[in-house]
Design a protein. Sequence first.
Length: 333
Amino acid sequence: MMKVSIQVPTCELSDSDLRQMSQLGVDCIDFTQGGSFPGVREQGFPDLDKLLQLKRRIRSHGMEINRVTLPDMSTSFMLEEPGSEIQLENVSHAIKTFGEAGITLVRQRFAGDVFPYMAEEYTAVHRGGALVRGESLKRNPDKQPPTVEQLNAWWKRFDLVFGKLVPLAEEYDMKLAVHPSDTPYHNTPFGGLGLNRVIDSFPSRNVGLVYCVGTRGEAGGTPLVLDEIYQYGRKDKIFLVHFRNVRGSLATAGAFEEAMLDDGHMNMAKILLELHKVGYNGCINPDHITSLEMDRAPHRSAETKMNWVGWAYAIGYVKALLAALTEFRGGRD
């Protein structure tokens, strides 16, 4: 049965944060920043004892760690600059540490998988004054996308990293995932073709995707999302689902705006149904939470940086959809 997870950018979670998550019915926690774990700044990879302490603390509130993020592969590594190889050693140590802690899903980030200079970001105002992120394509004469030669060099470095990490993931029975390029500008590495390239190059049951409905919706809307869920889901390559709605897409409007789950152009219930059809059984993770009135200063709580009003809406919406899906399929798990 699908569960609900919540994203956090830090390991410094207060008891109030954890109680709030538990009260909302969160099943699992996803850690989005590889540098946030104790030990990474000091030694380049997490400290096992402190990681286990964090895991026990989360379990004491009735939740589990679902996904963690490895330390980033930086621009210096991707450009093969001197001294950058230590990053690969640190990431290898990190995946071993997470494996020893019993973590089963890790994501690796790579610098250079997005081209932010290809669009202009802005803040859009949706219903009732909700603030959302928007992007519109623009021509930048001073900055051109990478050439085929440059992209091939990027992929060579990617292959070097995964060539070392995949055997470790298999040894510890961990799932190793990439996230689609966000924003999905033309020819970004983890776009429609690039995601297939990852899976084709590393045909391991441990390699797959953090499939982001919002990011892929930005690329082509509901038809693209449903098609990719079918393609990757039937191969058991979807390890986690990021769940958000958008208005418009780069393909149809040359722009998009993020939206509340019930207020965009995609039918989120239909997307959950398609995930069920392909046998997906992981976490549904709302992301890019909309900024709502009571989450902004001076209303925002000083105890936490979480947008709890927005999160409460998103988690409740997802839980309601999952309950409706259970009823729709006759109460079967």
